[in-house]
Design a protein around this ligand. Structure first.
Ligand code: GLU
Length: 387
């Protein structure tokens, strides 16, 4: 049995509606069972139209929105007349067919609100290999800055079993981490977490808030693990996703997507479960840089750069006076000033490139490297000062 409510260490209980209102960057995960009409096998376009309205309302409220949408395999299967449980290569073929149908549906639905959709296909390597991860992050940032709505899915056409995320709940959590979102919304076929399976146990109590994700909470979720014919997730995968999000400083909201415009329903008081984050996305990210990565080299910087870093600026190549060690773009390096260690950060260029651009202005990078790249040696968001 799960407790009906758990509170934060200070005794406070957070509320789904409030967390939703306060969020600045939201990842919205939508499963196949909501998007694809089980009777016809086509996109449920009236549900999607209402969902696009929800996205537009979030945008109008000043929030950045990233959608993680399933449905490629289900739509492709139907178009090709393939049954469920097909071979991997057939499933990949189905995804190749269905993904374009899925994007067409999203583009049309968002265009009705004047919004532009972008297809972003990720594989697990894109979030696990730091260099690819930095590239994916830069692209997502650029899309958001341009006011576009990224619509993310797993790149099922090339993802084999051993390199798959496996389910879009996990993909959505990794996307939230990548984008440093502060809220992950998992639309489900149930309105959150219960103390027992509400479909079997009439005494099951709805849980509005979890301050932490204990092993007991994960075990209890195996009861209400409701599966439908189309999607691949259950409540356990949702909690696993919430665990990833939580450690990335992102709260998770599990709510039912059965109603049209479920986010509007939430604002009007619909039930949901909120799983609190620990910390903020930026502190979690910086803890990860400082705590989990082994520095692979050193950038020695001059007094001017040391002062700029202390003032919260990024590290410019012009302030780098020496490059030690061999490292790749995205690796962790130490930053050392004239009076000692200043901090650690993720370097934007490989060691060989850093040696070419050290002491130089970013206007010269193109001529020196043949490409410009990110322009700074270490972005301030990727830097943790220790002194
Ligand atoms: N990526 C799969 C699809 O688009 C779905 C995986 C999932 O829903 O967990 O069909």
């Amino acid at each position: 049995m799960l407790p009906s409510v758990t509170s934060m260490p200070d005794g406070s209980v957070q509320d789904a509606g409030h967390a939703f209102g306060a969020a600045r960057r939201v990842v919205l995960k939508i499963g196949s069972s909501l998007l694809v009409d089980s009777a016809s096998g086509d996109v449920d376009s009236s549900w999607l139209a209402a969902m696009a309205g929800d996205v537009a309302r979030l945008r109008a409220a000043g929030k950045a929105v990233i959608v993680v949408s399933s449905g490629a395999v289900a739509l492709g299967r139907r178009r090709l007349g393939l049954s469920a449980g097909v071979r991997l290569d057939e499933k990949q073929a189905a995804a190749a067919v269905g993904q374009s149908m899925l994007m067409q549906a999203w583009s049309t639905a968002l265009a009705a609100h004047g919004l532009v959709a972008a297809q972003v296909l990720l594989t697990r390597e894109d979030t696990e290999r730091r260099r690819r991860w930095l590239n994916a992050r830069a692209t997502v940032e650029a899309l958001l800055a341009l006011g576009v709505v990224p619509v993310v899915n797993e790149n099922d056409t090339v993802a084999t079993e051993e390199i798959r995320y496996g389910d879009n709940d996990r993909l959505a959590a990794r996307t939230a981490q990548l984008a440093r979102a502060d809220l992950l919304v998992l639309l489900s076929d149930i309105d959150g977490l219960y103390s027992a399976d509400p479909r079997r146990d009439p005494g099951a109590i709805h849980i509005p808030f979890l301050a932490d994700l204990t092993p007991e909470a994960l075990a209890a979720a195996e009861g209400p693990n409701v599966r439908t014919g189309v999607g691949s997730g259950g409540m356990v995968t949702k909690l696993m996703a919430a665990r990833i999000a939580r450690s990335a400083g992102c709260s998770t909201l599990i709510l039912s997507g059965a109603a049209h415009a479920p986010l509007m329903a939430l604002e009007r008081g619909a039930r949901a479960t909120l799983i609190a984050a620990s910390g903020t996305p930026m502190t979690a990210y910086k803890q990860w840089i400082a705590g989990s990565l082994e520095p692979a080299g050193v950038l020695v910087v001059d007094n001017g750069a040391a002062a700029a870093l202390a003032g919260g600026k990024s590290l410019l190549a012009s302030g780098v006076s020496d490059v030690q060690g061999g490292f790749d773009a995205g690796d962790c390096v130490r930053v050392v000033g004239p009076s000692g260690l200043l901090g650690v950060g993720l370097v934007a260029y490989a060691a060989s490139d850093c040696r070419r651009i050290q002491g130089r202005n970013s206007r010269e990078f193109e001529a020196l490297l043949g490409w410009k790249g990110p322009g700074v040696a270490i972005h301030r968001d990727d830097l943790v000062l220790t002194s």
